[in-house]
Design a protein around this ligand. Structure first.
Ligand SMILES: CC(C)(COP(=O)(O)OP(=O)(O)OC[C@H]1O[C@@H](n2cnc3c(N)ncnc32)[C@H](O)[C@@H]1OP(=O)(O)O)[C@@H](O)C(=O)NCCC(=O)NCCS
Length: 134
């Protein structure tokens, strides 16, 4: 687990690796490099684990927040080759620590990831419906 550097911003080379990582996830696969750069510049908190020796982006997540009432975590991704070794948990715990002063910390989640987030203290909200502008 040691050996990963926690980055709070990404250089061009690391952004290109994030683009690659996004291209392999179902909800981010269409994202373009230009839009990813804009997105990174406007995201409030970035968390990336960098393996310097391997020159590889091992994991990434980002947070949008007002720093008081609300924070939403997006794009929690561990590189496919590194899953199942505690990296996702470590990344989420870093985010939880840094957002612990915020009233509500939330995220979107599909059914198959509920157990992962429950272990980290998140719970589903059966009475809250997500609405999206069509
Ligand atoms: C979800 C994801 C980030 C988990 O990262 P990971 O590094 O494989 O997870 P970890 O090894 O840190 O697992 C931490 C714990 O959660 C459990 N866990 C991990 N994935 C799980 C899953 N899908 N369902 C249930 N439990 C899971 C592990 O068994 C481990 O349990 P333990 O602490 O009791 O040993 C990773 O699988 C991933 O990047 N998936 C693809 C992208 C994605 O779907 N992200 C979530 C968007 S909502």
């Amino acid at each position: 687990m040691s050996g990963y550097q926690l980055l709070r911003q990404l250089d061009e080379h690391q952004i290109s690796q994030l683009h690659d990582l996004y291209s392999r996830q179902w909800w981010t696969s269409e994202r373009t490099l230009a839009d990813i750069k804009k997105m990174l510049a406007s995201s409030d908190l970035l968390f990336a684990y960098w393996d310097k020796q391997m020159d590889k982006l091992a994991a990434f997540a980002r947070v949008l927040t007002d720093h008081v009432y609300r924070a939403i975590i997006f794009d929690v991704i561990v590189d496919e080759d590194l899953r199942g070794s505690g990296l996702g948990k470590k990344l989420m715990n870093d985010i939880i620590d840094e957002t612990s002063h915020i009233e509500r910390v939330e995220l979107y989640c599909k059914e198959d990831k509920i157990a992962f987030y429950e272990k980290l203290g998140f719970a589903t909200l059966p009475t809250t419906l997500l609405m999206r502008k069509g």
